[in-house]
Design a protein around this ligand. Structure first.
Ligand code: IVH
Length: 705
């Protein structure tokens, strides 16, 4: 038990820390003028967490510091890996396994058929991490990052129960030992976490890997501590004492020192052994409590590894044998049609729930009517469902020999199921993609409600507390019909006997909060306001272009509402024909034009900061690829555009910079082949840091920065 004096001292320290952190947050986020390094800032936060964990009774003081600041990921300091963290080459078919071994034999100068000892391990689908021990004590943990430099996640990794803070037999451990392995989340823990998130109205994770990554990359280790992360060691980096006994011997030593090593790891001596391992693990895959996406074969002998070396960024002595996408069969119970914001009719398959790759799938989209016809998918069919990685599940096709006799080809509706208007089929330029669209426009309840949902959504006006359910309720009870009504809601509500505060699902407090959130959006960034109209082909980027071009909502409306103004749209760089035709259609419809003008009378728009001519990247062509960790792709793009760069989707000789995050593939290869400068996200931030758009600029495009 802590004494009163200890508590008093901790209270004082916490108060000072919370004040300091709040000040540094403001300097960093609000003023763009940090006074301390990211490392020092992290130290403050770590100390805060330490005290918070030790004195839970004081947590309200620390809570004040958690509320402030945003973009916490920018706060991880960088760690240069003493030995780079490499990736693995892949093979997908069993027939390539003997070729992998033959390559190794050739390289080592061994006769074909000579035995080479391998270690075979499951390939865990998590994120890799390097954990450094000095004299048996955990001193640093870092993510892989770009392989050369990762993020310092020491405080967070310290919260993982699987990872010892002090090695077992620490006195016999090498003075320096970098343990490498995979941080992951078990399937059961993932499901429970998502349930908790759903109950708390929080973000749901798509799969255990995303959940593990999201949980590890938290600025607040307390959150990481509350997430059930696990660890398997399977490699090492710097060691002060050379490992004895090959890979398997080293794993044994790691296990002896208290690190978890995957129990399915097996010694193999031939292609036959490796393939048998692959098949065995493949067969057990569904019963494992963690996701794997293949197996890894590694040469066991460390001297042989030395000789084999590397090809580009992967070792010659190891390879990943990946599983193909996961498939399952189930029964298609029904096909329902959903009507989207722009009238598109999307068929949704209602399935008998089935687990594919550890995820329960009970419905999935069927793309469009041609797809259903081409695959001849019928209600009642047994269908094959596939899920690959993060990808949304898809139906591959029916299992014909299990088709019930009464199953008839599916007749796609030619009328909107909601408003009964005619639904016409559209093809794209190539005549390929066929989408049927309801022609009801704003006469169709579904389209109106979808537009309202879009209007209030995060990317558009971002009105807190006005989610899909509330919008449906407000629409059904006749309170809102169009976006401008949202801003009249408070005044109208006061006149009604059935005030919202009396309605189910709306407490007095939540109604007050909702009105407050609506009031906060009476002034918004111009590009958001344009985007909020939900005009087809006028997404975030085009909205930004239109905002930049017209400078005010009135100027936009005036030009878009007159045929001559609309004719001039094609002079705006980047705004293509599809968007122009769509704007034309939207504004030549009197009802939608009135709705837009009405909205303009209720909301004032903040003009956009203009693109800079003098930043280090003005006029440069930039391509973003891979997963960005510190900002969303949209934020990166609009930030770059505000600095005067041109953002492109394809790499060519003309490209000045390719900013590559983890998972970058073809674009990165092409950039390297063409000799285009490749930057990590951090390097990009460093390059543009002094000129980064201010928080105020970003608020106009990115909401609360
Ligand atoms: S060995 C130089 N072993 O797969 C070899 N990697 O695609 C370093 N992974 O970045 C990696 N399970 O995140 C190795 N048993 C295993 C693994 C494994 C999962 C991940 C790791 C690596 C990625 C490469």
């Amino acid at each position: 038990m802590a004494t009163t004096t200890e508590i008093a001292a901790a209270k004082l320290e916490l108060e000072t820390l919370a004040r300091d952190i709040a000040r540094h947050d403001k300097l960093y986020h609000g003023d763009d003028a940090p006074e301390i390094s990211d490392g020092d800032y992290d130290a403050l936060r770590r100390r805060l967490t330490e005290l918070e964990l030790a004195f839970p009774e004081l947590s309200s003081i620390a809570a004040a510091a958690h509320g402030v600041g945003a973009a916490p990921s920018a706060r991880f300091s960088k760690v240069k890996h003493a030995i780079p963290m490499l990736s693995l080459g892949n093979l997908f078919v069993e027939s390539e396994v003997p070729e992998f071994i033959a390559r190794i034999q050739r390289f080592l100068g061994h006769p074909p058929g000579s035995a080479i000892r391998f270690a075979a391990e499951p390939k865990i689908d998590g994120l890799s991490c390097s954990i450094r021990y000095e004299n048996g004590h955990l001193v640093r943990a870092a993510t892989r990052g770009d392989g050369e430099e990762g993020e310092d996640v020491t405080a967070n990794v310290r919260t993982i129960a699987d990872v010892p803070q002090i090695l077992r037999h620490a006195d016999k451990a090498p003075a320096v030992l970098e343990v490498r392995g995979e941080i992951y989340m078990s399937r059961a823990d993932f499901a429970a976490l998502n349930q908790r998130q759903a109950a708390a109205g929080g973000k749901l994770f798509a799969n255990p890997r995303n959940a593990a990554a999201g949980s590890l990359r938290q600025s607040d280790p307390k959150i990481t501590a509350s997430r059930p992360l696990r660890f398997f060691a399977y490699a090492w980096g710097e060691t002060s004492r050379p490992p004895l006994g090959g890979h398997l011997g080293m794993l044994e030593a790691l296990s002896w020192m208290g690190l978890p090593v995957n129990p399915l790891t097996t010694a193999c001596a031939s292609a036959g052994d490796l393939i048998a391992f692959y098949r065995d693990i493949g067969a057990r895959r569904a019963t494992l409590d963690y996701d794997i996406d293949g197996v890894v074969y590694k040469v066991d002998d460390l001297a042989q590894r030395e000789t084999l070396g590397f090809v580009s960024r992967s070792p010659r002595w190891a390879i990943a044998h990946k599983f193909s996408a996961e498939k399952a069969t189930t029964i298609l119970r029904d096909i329902e049609i959903q009507v989207g914001r722009t009238g598109s009719l999307t068929p949704v398959a209602r399935l008998e729930p089935v687990t594919v790759g550890g995820v329960v799938v009970s419905n999935c989209t069927l793309h469009n009517e041609d797809d259903i016809a081409r695959k001849d998918i019928r209600i009642g069919d047994t269908v094959t469902v596939q899920r690959a990685g993060d990808v949304i599940p898809q139906i591959l096709g029916p299992v014909l020999d299990r088709r019930p006799a009464e199953a008839r080809p599916y007749a796609f509706p030619t009328r909107c199921p909601v408003c009964q208007s005619e639904a016409v089929k559209e093809t794209d330029d190539s005549g390929e993609l066929a989408v049927r669209r309801c022609t009801g426009g704003l006469r169709c309840d579904a389209q109106v409600v979808e537009r309202l949902k879009h209007f209030a959504s995060r990317e558009a006006l971002d009105i807190d507390g006005l989610g899909e359910k509330q919008i449906q309720f407000l629409y059904d009870s006749g309170r809102i019909r169009q976006p401008a009504d949202i801003f009249r809601l408070k005044a109208e509500d006061a006149k009604r006997p059935d005030r919202l505060a009396h309605c189910e699902g709306f407490g007095a407090v939540s109604v007050e909060k909702l009105f407050k959130a609506i009031d906060e959006r009476r002034t918004v960034a111009l590009d958001r306001l344009i985007y909020s109209l939900g005009i087809r082909h006028v997404g975030r980027t085009n909205s930004l272009r239109l905002a930049r071009h017209y400078g005010s909502f009135d100027a936009f409306l005036e030009n878009a509402s007159s045929p001559t103004g609309r004719a001039a749209l094609n002079s705006i760089e980047g705004v293509g024909q599809a968007a122009i035709s769509s704007l034309d259609r939207f504004f030549s419809d009197e009802t939608s034009a009135i709705i837009a003008w009405d909205l303009g009378s209720m909301v004032s728009a903040i003009p956009l900061a203009t693109a800079r001519q003098d930043s280090p990247v003005s006029g440069k062509i930039v391509v973003f690829t891979g997963t960005l960790q510190r900002m969303t792709r949209d934020a990166a793009k609009s930030g770059a555009e505000l600095l005067g760069a041109k953002v492109s989707g394809t790499v060519s000789k003309k490209t000045d910079y390719v900013v590559a995050g983890p998972g970058a593939g073809e674009k990165l290869d092409k950039a390297q082949a063409l000799g285009v400068t490749v930057l990590t996200e951090d390097e990009w931030i460093a390059l543009t840091a002094a000129d980064q758009p201010t928080t105020a600029d970003l608020v106009t495009t990115e909401g609360r920065a």
